[in-house]
Design a protein around this ligand. Structure first.
Ligand code: SF4
Length: 356
């Protein structure tokens, strides 16, 4: 057996935590529209290891969900097209894999949780039937065996009275409970990787916290990789290991989660942090980032963030910054830290001043 693989409960192979699981390399995705070509993803590179949680953060249209759809192989093509890059899953490029193998990876190794559980679930089938389908189709279980598995999964995601409710339909559950059913469905085949796209956006704050705690607990128990896509920095603070911040189809900052909160190295991240309430900074004024994200049909020259950036200089209008390592005063690269800003040092110093 490969050193990087262990066999866990149920005979399922699992990568040893920390082993590379998913590596997205220089991915480019565009959409052909009547008004022109929209460059939705422009050279995205990120990775997730087994047992690790990556939060991908950005406003609507930043490319975070399109990247996830490319990983899952559910992009609408056309009008979408992947023009460059690789998506390595356990070392194999999903983009060049035969479509039958790709479907098998999608069904059994990578699962996705969507924001809107009501439209992701079939309204005319009971949740027990939908949960059990995975076991009937992929494992050949009988209807009653599959129903028992569905009840066990509903129990595992803490749906009260699971055996009594297994025959209920999606509309008979609250939003939070429906999202738990989506999580149960994603878990059903014990995937290596779960991609959760805004999984708590439609929920109120208390239920959001419960669902995020449940996801984190299950991720740790099953030693899965988890990609959490969100526009809300507050949601991921306690559950992510590292964060990639996206803007206009690019990654503009990466960092371990604590470092990013304490010392952002990009003005956009700084702006996102300044716009959320923080318990550790009572009495601080909140500031929204001015302006709107750019049109993907016509990205600004130079740094795409410059029309909204409080630190923009002449250089920013013509020269696009590369995503480069963030370096400490002594010249040491800070682990996991990168910024796509010509003036990341000033932002880092500003962050240190304002949080001290
Ligand atoms: Fe702002 Fe310039 Fe940095 Fe872009 S490169 S984020 S415009 S300071």
């Amino acid at each position: 057996m490969d050193d990087a693989v262990q066999v866990v409960g149920g005979g399922r192979e699992r990568l040893v935590p920390g082993t590379p699981l998913l590596e997205v390399e220089d991915l480019h995705v565009e959409f052909v529209t009547r008004d022109g070509v929209a460059k939705a993803v422009n050279g995205v590179t990120y990775s997730v290891a087994a047992g690790e949680t990556l939060a991908v953060l950005g406003e609507s249209g930043s490319g975070k969900s399109v990247t996830a759809q490319a990983i899952m192989g559910i992009l609408d093509m056309p009008p979408g097209r992947i023009t460059a890059g690789r998506i390595l899953f356990r070392g194999q490029d999903l983009l060049t894999m035969p479509s039958r193998d790709r479907r098998s990876v999608r069904g059994q190794r990578i699962a996705m949780i969507f924001q809107d559980a009501l439209s992701a679930l079939n309204p005319v089938l009971s949740v027990g039937y939908q949960l059990g389908e995975m076991f009937r189709v992929h494992q050949g279980l009988t209807r009653s065996e599959a129903r028992d598995k569905a009840v066990a999964l509903m129990d595992r995601v803490r749906i009260p009275a699971a055996r009594q409710r297994v025959g209920d339909y999606p509309h008979q559950f609250s939003g939070g409970m429906r999202q738990r059913i989506m999580i149960a469905m994603a878990l059903s085949l014990q995937p290596d990787l779960i991609i959760a796209d805004e999984p708590t956006t439609a929920l109120d704050v208390t239920v959001q916290a419960q669902v995020m705690d449940l996801l984190a607990e299950l991720q740790s128990e099953f030693r899965m990789g988890l990609i959490l896509i969100t526009h809300d920095l507050g949601v991921v603070a306690d559950v992510a290991d590292k964060i990639a911040v996206m803007y206009a189809g690019r990654i503009v900052e990466t960092a371990p989660v604590r470092d990013l909160y304490a010392r952002p190295a990009h003005p956009y991240t700084r702006g996102l942090l300044d716009s959320i309430p923080r318990l550790d900074q009572k009495g601080r004024n909140l500031h929204a980032i001015k302006g709107l994200p750019p049109s993907l049909l016509k990205l600004p020259e130079g740094c795409a963030f410059h029309p909204r950036c409080p630190r923009a200089q002449d250089r920013c209008l013509s020269e696009a910054p590369a995503l480069a390592p963030v370096v400490a005063e002594d010249g040491r690269e800070l682990p996991g830290r990168h910024s796509a800003c010509h003036y990341w040092r000033e932002t880092l110093r500003g962050a240190e001043t304002s949080t001290s």
